[in-house]
Design a protein around this ligand. Structure first.
Ligand code: FAD
Length: 383
């Protein structure tokens, strides 16, 4: 067990920082103020990701056959840490790199791979994820959007909600009921072009930013059967594969750590860091960030070894959420005036995202339930 980075890893990290220094514009703080889901940042990603791709820094971990570099999982992870801490200039495209692309490569037909992977590798593809519905979030298996087979087509009807990036996305990775199966066994995945007639997208105003989350309505949306990913009823195992990648996909502790360091610097500058209570709280937040980092590293290590990641992913996610909260709570308590959005925009941006971090990509309580069942072996329903 070695907890240190190799020389090669350090050099790789330094190269990414250098790249970011060169490529991020002087008004990047303003562009990134509203987070990866905002229109500004998603538009920016369409200029930034092609440059990242040209530098070999977009999908280094993907197989060469599909435009990657066959590089170790850890390189991709270092990349994720640096980009997320810089405000995620990949915008919505982090999803392609982390899980949509790998899911297509694993479960897609040759035709689907050839159609969609090259655009992702070029850094020019915006996708959205149509999972949640007004009455199906945590209990995703109860979703009602229906895809009815009609000859060589499917006709899709239903409503999705909280769909990030939907207003700018070209494709939706959509879950819908298809065939006769019940619950989880009745769900299929469809790749739906967002320009298909019958799709309406409405932005939902929210504190995390402009145009970030949406309601997406599907009315008699017709897609060919070739738009289905996997078989009818097979979606659940594909989704589990995707979600395990998504849950550890965002190394938020890296940003939390940097924000905490900036908060401590600010307190020191003000002469307010000598109070032992302040120091103890800062120490506790730092410990939460490091605990999250280590738990996430374990899941990355498991993935790198080809092991199946189970409850470990849920634990890592809970720790990441707690670290986010510990840092923002610390700042709000000891530097409340610095959250005005002007003097330290990163504090407010981090705070806003910390509010939703325990909901998006599967609520924290659901992760705790998974840990209870799969780690502590408690029966379902007792927790
Ligand atoms: C910023 C953001 C971006 C998002 N982006 C997308 C996206 O792009 N695509 C998409 O499909 N979805 C997206 N979501 C939706 C997200 O996946 C859901 O909000 C999440 O799964 C929770 O579902 P829900 O909102 O329906 O809440 P509910 O499932 O109704 O849960 C409400 C509360 O009840 C608790 N709860 C529910 N069931 C249990 C249980 N069994 N045990 C204990 N507690 C429980 C939850 O933890 C939560 O606190 C996004 C959400 C946010 C906040």
């Amino acid at each position: 067990m070695d907890f240190d980075w190799t020389e090669e890893d350090r050099a790789y990290r330094a190269r990414i920082r250098e790249f970011l220094k060169k490529e991020l514009p002087s008004d990047w703080d303003e562009i990134s103020r509203h987070g990866p889901g905002s229109r500004e940042q998603t538009e920016f990603s369409l200029q930034f990701c092609p440059k990242l791709a040209e530098a070999g820094l977009l999908v280094p971990h993907w197989p060469q056959e599909w435009g990657g570099g066959d590089r170790p999982t850890w390189e991709h992870f270092i990349l994720g840490e640096e980009l997320w801490a810089a405000g995620e200039p990949r915008g919505a495209q982090y999803m392609n790199v982390n899980w949509i692309g790998p899911t297509l490569m694993r479960f897609g037909t040759e035709e689907q791979k050839r159609r969609f992977i090259p655009e992702m590798v070029a850094g020019k593809a915006i996708w959205c994820q149509g999972f949640s519905e007004p009455n199906a979030g945590s209990d995703l298996a109860s979703l009602r959007t229906r895809a009815e087979r009609d000859g060589d087509d499917y006709v899709i009807n239903g409503t999705k909600i909280w769909t990030s990036y939907a207003a700018m996305a070209e494709h939706c990775f959509l879950l819908a009921r298809a065939g006769a199966g019940q619950g989880k066994a009745g769900i299929a995945i469809f790749i739906v072009p967002m320009s298909t007639p019958g799709i309406e997208v409405r932005s939902i105003p929210s504190l995390i930013g402009h145009g970030d989350i949406h309601e997406t309505f599907f009315t008699d949306v017709r897609v060919p059967a070739a738009a289905r990913l996997g078989e009818e009823g097979e979606a659940w195992s594909i989704i589990n594969y995707s979600l395990a990648n998504e849950r550890v996909g965002i190394p938020r502790y890296e940003l939390s750590t940097r924000v905490l360091n900036d908060m401590v610097s600010e307190l020191k500058q003000r002469g307010d860091f000598s109070d032992p209570v302040v120091q103890a709280r800062a120490g506790s937040a730092a410990a939460a960030c490091e605990a999250a980092r280590m738990l996430v590293y374990r899941t990355v290590d498991m993935k790198a070894r080809g092991d199946i990641v189970g409850a470990e992913a849920s634990m890592a996610r809970v720790a990441v959420i707690e670290a986010d909260h510990a840092v923002t709570d610390f700042g709000m308590e000891f530097l409340p005036d610095a959250f005005n959005g002007r003097s330290h925009p990163a504090f407010l941006a981090h705070h806003e995202r910390a509010i939703v971090t325990g909901i998006a990509a599967g609520a924290a309580e659901i992760q705790l339930g998974l840990i209870a069942r799969h780690w502590l072996d408690l029966p379902k329903g007792v927790h």
